[in-house]
Design a protein around this ligand. Structure first.
Ligand code: BES
Ligand code: MN
Ligand code: ZN
Length: 498
C-alpha cells in the first residue's frame, strides 16, 4: 500500500474517500459547501460523532474527493493518538472496497502532529490487514486498499516524514507478526518459523543463528528439549541479533524472548478438543519478537538488542515427556514437570538463561502463557510482571507511548510457595489459584538477577470476534511496545539504573 502526506488544502485533495474526524461535541467546521450537509446530519441526529460511526456524502460539492466521510471519534477530551489509531483503522476497514481504493484522512489540528501522523498511518495499515491468506477467492483482492494519505494542509517537514516512516515500519512489522500467528500448525513448524526468521534477518542485514537439537543437548537445555521430545518436528532456538553501528554498544543490551510453541496440544496432559485449534497462536510472543527485530533493524536505535525464540511443538507422541519427569535446565536448576501443558515456562526458562549467557542485561519476555491471565484481565489488557520496578516502569511507559494496554501484576515471594516440591528445585505448576502469577514467578527463577519483565499475552494475542478496527484473529500485540522500548532515549540509560 502507498502511504504519504498530502499537503494540499482540503478542497484540493484527490481521494476516493476524504475522511474527517468528527466529535460528539458538535459538527466539524469545513467551511466549504458540504458544511450544510454536515450540519444537517448532526441536527437530525443521523450522525452524532459516536466512536466508529461513519456518515458518507458522495460527490461533495467543491471538493475534488469522490466522497466526504465523517468518522466518529467520540468526545474530544478522550481523544488522543491511541484513539486516532483505532479510528483510522476502523475507517479503513469500513471503507475499503471495490469503489474505495484511496483514502485520505484529515488531521486534527489540536493534536501533536508527529504523533498523530504516526498513529493514523499505523491505524490504516493495521486496519487494512485481513487474515485471508488461504482463501483462494480471487475477489478478495477487490477490497484491498491501495493508498492512504494523511492530509496536513501546509506543513510537511522532516519530523512528519520521519513519523510517517516509523508508523509504516512498525505497523508493517506488526502485520507480519499477525501473519505468522495466523499460520496453522501444519504449515508453521518450529523449523518453518526458524526459516522465516532467517529470511527476515537476511533481508534486514541482521545476524541470525539457529541452535538445533544437537547443540541444545550439548548446552544442556533439558527443559526445552523435554517439551520438544513428544513431537516429530525438531525444535529450534532462534537467535536474531541487532547491533547499532559505530562504537561497540555498552550496557544495556536488551534481550527479547518470545514463546514459540507452533502448536500446543498440551502434550500428555492433553487439552480438551474444544477450541484447541486456537493453539496455533501459541507462538505469538515469538512472532512479536521477530517482528520487533525487523522494525528495529529498519529504525536503527542506538542500543543492542538480541531476540530469542525457543520454537517447539508440544505433542503427546511416543517419546513425549511424562507428568512427574524431572528435567535439568540450562541454569542447572531441576524442574519437576507436573503438567506437560505448562510448557511455555519450560522453554522460556532455558531461553532466558541463554539470553543472560549471551550478555543480555535487560530482559523482556512475551508469551501466550496462561489461561489464568484471560480470567484476570480478559481480552483487554496484557499482564505485566517484573522483578525490577525501574525496568517495569520503562516497559509500561513504552507501552503507553505505543498505544498498547499493559496492566502491572503482583509478584511477591509468597507466590513461590505453591511451586515447591520435595523432588526437585521447583515444580512447573502449583494449584490453580493465581495461575498467571505462579507462572510468572516460575520464570523469575531463570531471569534473576537481570532486570526482567514478563508480558502474558494469552488473552490479547488473538481476537475472538470482529471489532470495527480489527478482524477476528491475530492482533500482533507486543510489537509496538518492544519497538518503542528499543527507541526510547531512556532505554539507552537503563544500564545506570539497573
Ligand atoms: N498456551 C497455553 C496458554 C493459553 C491459554 C494461551 C489460552 C492462549 C489461550 C499454555 O501453554 C497452557 O496450556 N497453560 C496452562 C497452564 C496450566 C497447565 C498450569 C493453562 O493456562 O491452562
Ligand atoms: Mn500449554
Ligand atoms: Zn502453550
Amino acid at each position: 500500500m502507498q502511504i504519504g502526506l498530502n499537503l494540499r488544502p482540503t478542497a484540493e485533495v484527490k481521494a476516493d474517500a476524504l475522511v474527517i474526524p468528527a466529535f460528539e461535541d458538535g459538527p466539524p467546521r469545513l467551511e466549504l459547501p458540504p458544511q450544510t450537509w454536515i450540519d444537517e446530519v448532526y441536527s437530525t441526529g443521523e450522525f452524532t460523532g459516536e466512536r466508529f460511526a461513519l456518515a458518507r456524502l458522495p460527490q461533495p460539492e467543491g471538493l475534488r474527493a469522490r466522497r466526504l466521510v465523517l468518522a466518529g471519534c467520540g468526545k474530544r477530551v478522550d481523544f488522543d493518538a491511541a484513539q486516532l489509531r483505532l479510528v483510522s483503522a476502523a475507517a479503513v476497514r469500513a471503507l475499503k472496497s471495490k469503489a474505495i481504493k484511496r483514502v485520505a484522512l484529515v488531521l486534527e489540528p489540536f493534536m501533536d502532529a508527529a504523533a498523530a501522523v504516526k498513529a493514523a498511518v499505523e491505524g490504516a495499515l493495521l486496519g487494512a490487514y485481513e487474515p485471508d491468506r488461504y482463501k483462494t477467492d480471487p475477489k478478495k483482492e477487490d477490497s484491498r486498499l491501495e493508498g492512504f494519505a494523511v492530509v496536513i494542509p501546509g506543513g510537511a517537514n522532516h519530523e512528519l516524514e520521519e513519523a510517517l516512516r516509523r508508523g509504516r515500519v512498525v505497523a508493517e512489522a506488526q502485520n507480519w507478526a499477525r501473519e505468522l500467528a495466523a499460520e496453522p500448525g501444519n504449515r508453521l513448524t518450529p523449523m518453518a518459523l526458524a526459516e522465516a526468521a532467517r529470511a527476515m534477518a537476511e533481508a534486514q542485514g541482521l545476524a541470525c543463528e539457529i541452535l538445533d537439537q544437537g547443540r541444545m543437548r550439548q548446552l544442556g537445555m533439558g527443559a526445552l528439549l523435554g517439551v520438544a521430545q513428544g513431537s516429530a518436528e525438531p525444535p529450534a532456538l532462534i537467535i536474531v541479533r541487532y547491533r547499532p553501528e559505530g562504537a561497540p554498544a555498552p550496557a544495556p543490551h536488551l534481550g527479547f524472548v518470545g514463546k514459540g510453541v507452533t502448536f500446543d496440544t498440551g502434550g500428555i496432559s492433553i487439552k480438551p478438543s474444544e477450541k484447541m485449534e486456537q493453539m496455533r497462536y501459541d507462538m505469538s510472543g515469538g512472532a512479536a519478537v521477530l517482528a520487533a527485530m525487523r522494525a528495529i533493524a529498519e529504525l536503527k536505535p542506538p542500543v543492542a538488542v538480541t531476540g530469542l525464540i525457543p520454537a517447539v511443538e508440544n505433542m503427546p507422541g511416543p517419546r513425549a515427556q511424562r507428568p512427574g519427569d524431572i528435567v535439568t535446565t540450562l541454569s542447572g536448576k531441576t524442574v519437576e514437570v507436573l503438567n506437560t501443558d505448562a510448557e511455555g515456562r519450560l522453554i522460556l526458562a532455558d531461553a532466558m538463561a541463554y539470553a543472560r549467557r549471551l550478555g543480555c542485561t535487560h530482559l523482556v519476555d512475551l508469551a501466550t502463557l496462561t489461561g489464568a491471565i484471560v480470567v484476570a484481565l480478559g481480552h483487554v489488557y496484557v499482564g505485566a510482571f517484573g522483578n525490577n520496578s525501574a525496568w517495569l516502569d520503562r516497559v509500561l511507559a513504552a507501552a503507553r507511548a505505543a498505544g498498547e494496554r499493559l496492566w502491572p501484576m503482583p509478584l511477591d515471594e509468597d507466590y513461590l510457595e505453591p511451586l515447591k516440591t520435595p523432588f526437585a528445585d521447583i515444580a512447573n505448576v502449583g494449584p490453580r489459584a493465581a495461575g498467571a502469577i505462579t507462572a510468572a514467578r516460575f520464570l523469575k527463577e531463570f531471569a534473576d538477577p537481570a532486570p526482567w519483565v514478563h508480558l502474558d499475552i494469552a488473552g490479547t494475542a488473538w481476537l475472538e470476534e470482529n471489532k470495527p478496527y480489527m478482524p477476528k484473529g491475530p492482533t500482533g500485540v507486543g510489537v509496538r511496545t518492544l519497538v518503542e522500548l528499543a527507541l526510547a532515549p531512556e532505554t539507552a540509560s537503563a544500564g545506570e539504573t539497573g
